[in-house]
Design a protein around this ligand. Structure first.
Ligand SMILES: Cc1cc2nc3c(=O)[nH]c(=O)nc-3n(C[C@H](O)[C@H](O)[C@H](O)COP(=O)(O)OP(=O)(O)OC[C@H]3O[C@@H](n4cnc5c(N)ncnc54)[C@H](O)[C@@H]3O)c2cc1C
Length: 449
């Protein structure tokens, strides 16, 4: 019987196993992971720190799932070396050498640590610098906060994970400051205008936000006392949490002479450069891109299953970035292309509505009338429309209605004020607004039906 060996037991590894089993009952499937838990979701890790969730509530598939699917799971097994010639993987665990016919690398990623003086050392020595990736990390952070009675925290990184973590830490009654290198929050998901609106919303929850800030040094001898920025400013804290992007895990592959760059290089069938070795999830690089999101892992796991089973019918074409900020009370979704000014070709059109008072921002990006991307903050009526219509032709009148974008007409000169072009709702215009056509007052305008 053919044996498929999978290293890594999170989204990439687990769903590859499930999809392979769905296609074929006969192959032997073994998953090995260095972690001590069956498949769990990383999404709620910040809530483990704030004690809103117990770590075992994160576990998605328990032992019975593996039994039912006839998939063998080996915890606490770290793969140390791949021998592609003899098709054997060497482990640090109760099983030392495991043979395979086909090997899937689902090694994931680890948090990257920017070049900040003392950061890596203080993290290694557990002196108050942490990153969050696993259940063990979450428990360690929680334990550190409790046992040292930490009152102030700094989160380095104002991306999705940084903000979700800051929100939980803040809810856990720590005085929390987010420090972001870029001049806006969520630099990869939002444009400048929306980033500023989100900043106000985050700050209204009592979280401090420092933008355009390069952290130069972590301060403290025995334990963390704060950080120093490049511009000399110092912020005090008893714990520093770094969530500043991810680094695909590539060393195991690299040492086996599998082609790597930022990630493990794969082709459209998720095959690596070495025969019978495949890769999936956060660890891969395809077409110079890495993803780091669950929808990409899920999509790839279907393609890898087909490739492994020998029916190479579907090719991977990359995954459209889809991101949602998971902070109660803040609805934010960003999907696809959000800044057409960075694209080479023409034909782009933007429908936009920004209501600062209600912290509501809706931006829809079209190219040649096809939906290419969206930013939706504080308003989720358009979400399902956007998800369903991506890459499809849109009916602009329907879209305008959905976004509640209206045209107002000056009853005196016929001049039209189109909310989708200005991005500013008519009601938000100042009372002394004058018609650009005839100079008449705001009251002269009526909504066009
Ligand atoms: C706090 C947090 C919140 C997140 N929230 C979201 C979200 O809301 N939406 C979203 O789309 N994504 C989210 N993500 C990202 C998402 O979790 C990842 O995209 C996903 O986990 C990637 O799955 P993976 O299987 O490729 O890799 P991983 O989840 O990294 O799993 C890889 C596994 O392989 C193991 N491994 C690595 N090397 C070895 C070895 N040599 N031997 C044995 N085992 C090894 C690792 O320990 C790990 O368990 C979040 C991530 C974090 C940390």
């Amino acid at each position: 019987m053919e044996k498929i060996l999978i290293i890594g037991n999170n989204v990439g590894g687990t769903f590859s196993a499930q999809n392979i089993r769905f296609l074929n009952d006969d192959v032997e499937i073994e998953i090995y992971t260095q972690e001590s838990y069956p498949y769990y979701s990383r999404i709620n890790l910040p809530e483990v720190i704030s004690e809103k969730k117990k770590y075992d509530e994160l576990v998605v598939f328990d032992d019975s799932w593996y039994d039912n699917k006839n998939i063998k799971l080996f915890l606490n097994h770290e793969a140390k070396k791949i021998d592609p010639i003899n098709k054997v993987v060497e482990f640090n665990g109760s099983k030392k050498f495991v043979e395979y016919d086909k090997l899937i690398l689902a090694l994931g990623s680890t948090p990257s640590i920017p070049p900040i003086k003392n950061a890596q050392e203080m993290k290694n020595d557990k002196k108050g610098v942490f990153t969050l990736r696993s259940i063990d990390d979450a428990l360690e952070i929680q334990n550190f906060i409790k046992s040292n009675s930490i009152k102030k925290a700094i989160v380095i990184g104002g991306g999705l994970l940084g903000l979700e973590l800051a929100n939980q830490i803040n809810d856990y009654r720590l005085d929390t400051t987010v420090v972001e290198f870029f001049p806006r929050l969520l630099p990869r998901q939002l444009d400048e205008e929306c980033g500023l609106m989100l900043k106000d919303e985050i700050e209204s929850r009592g979280i401090k936000v420092v933008l355009d800030a390069t952290t130069e040094e972590i301060l403290g001898n025995g334990a963390v006392t704060g950080i120093k920025l490049k511009d000399g400013r110092i912020f005090e804290a008893g714990i520093v949490l770094i969530q500043a992007g991810i680094k695909p895990t590539i060393d195991l592959a690299k040492n086996a002479d599998i082609e790597t760059n930022r990630g493990i290089i794969v082709n459209e069938y998720l095959e690596t450069s070495v025969k019978d070795i495949y890769a999936v999830g956060d660890c891969i690089e395809y077409n110079n891109q890495i993803w780091g999101i669950i929808p990409a892992c899920m999509e790839q796991s279907k393609i890898i299953a087909a490739s492994i089973i020998g029916s190479k019918k579907v090719e991977y074409e990359g995954t459209t970035p889809k991101n949602t900020l998971k902070i109660v009370g803040i609805d934010m979704t960003s999907i696809g292309i959000i800044d057409p000014s960075k694209e080479k070709s023409g034909g782009w059109e933007i429908l936009k509505k920004a209501d600062k008072e209600d912290c509501c921002y809706q931006k829809i990006i079209l190219k040649d009338n096809k939906l290419k991307g969206a930013i939706l903050l504080g308003e989720n009526k358009a979400i399902s429309y956007v998800y369903n219509k991506m890459e499809e032709d849109v009916d602009k009148a329907e879209l305008r209605k959905l976004l509640e974008l209206y045209v107002y007409v000056c009853n005196n000169c016929g001049m039209e004020y189109d909310e989708s072009e200005t991005g500013i709702p008519f009601d938000e215009l100042p009372d002394d607004f004058k018609c650009p056509g005839c100079g008449g007052p705001k009251e002269q305008f009526t909504k066009k039906e």
